[in-house]
Design a protein around this ligand. Structure first.
Ligand SMILES: [Zn+2]
Length: 150
């Protein structure tokens, strides 16, 4: 995906590819994904929904699917010991500008801060032009999905 740092004349979210318009378009479209008609399979074997595919295409974020897929063997092993279900909450967060890395990503068994939630894994991401400031999704029984698609 080519990235412009300045807007074209129209600054229309439908055609403009600047960062601000991509962010606005994504944020507006994601809530409409409420169920997936089909599942797609990443090369590491993790399945993902139409909503995740939309995000990956619009945000150039197939790396996010691959990153989450790469953690699956170890995360599932941990889950097997502490939970009876394969349910993972993944949280991607932009770090403050003072940090060396751009982003961190964490996986939890439940909302962080709730009594029984356990952190399953975490990783820092040195650089990414991911357009949103924060993104959360689930992995349930081997399928990555938007929270609205659960
Ligand atoms: Zn624009």
């Amino acid at each position: 995906m080519t990235e412009q740092t300045t807007c074209d004349v129209s600054h229309d979210p439908a055609t403009c590819t600047c960062k601000q318009c991509r962010k606005a378009e994504l944020a507006a479209a994601l809530p409409y994904f409420t169920g997936s008609t089909e599942l797609h399979k990443s090369f590491l074997g993790l399945y993902y929904t139409d909503g995740i595919r939309y995000l990956a295409e619009k945000a150039g974020a197939y790396w996010l699917i691959d990153l989450i897929a790469s953690h699956q063997p170890r995360v599932r092993q941990t889950l097997l010991r502490i939970e009876e279900r394969d349910f993972q909450l993944w949280i991607l967060k932009r770090l403050p500008k003072t940090c060396k890395a751009d982003w961190k990503i964490e996986a939890w068994t439940d909302t962080p801060g709730s009594d029984c939630s356990v952190k399953l894994t975490q990783q820092v991401i040195p650089y990414s032009d991911f357009p949103l400031d924060e993104f959360q999704c689930y992995v349930v029984d081997g399928t990555m999905m938007l929270k609205t698609e659960y």
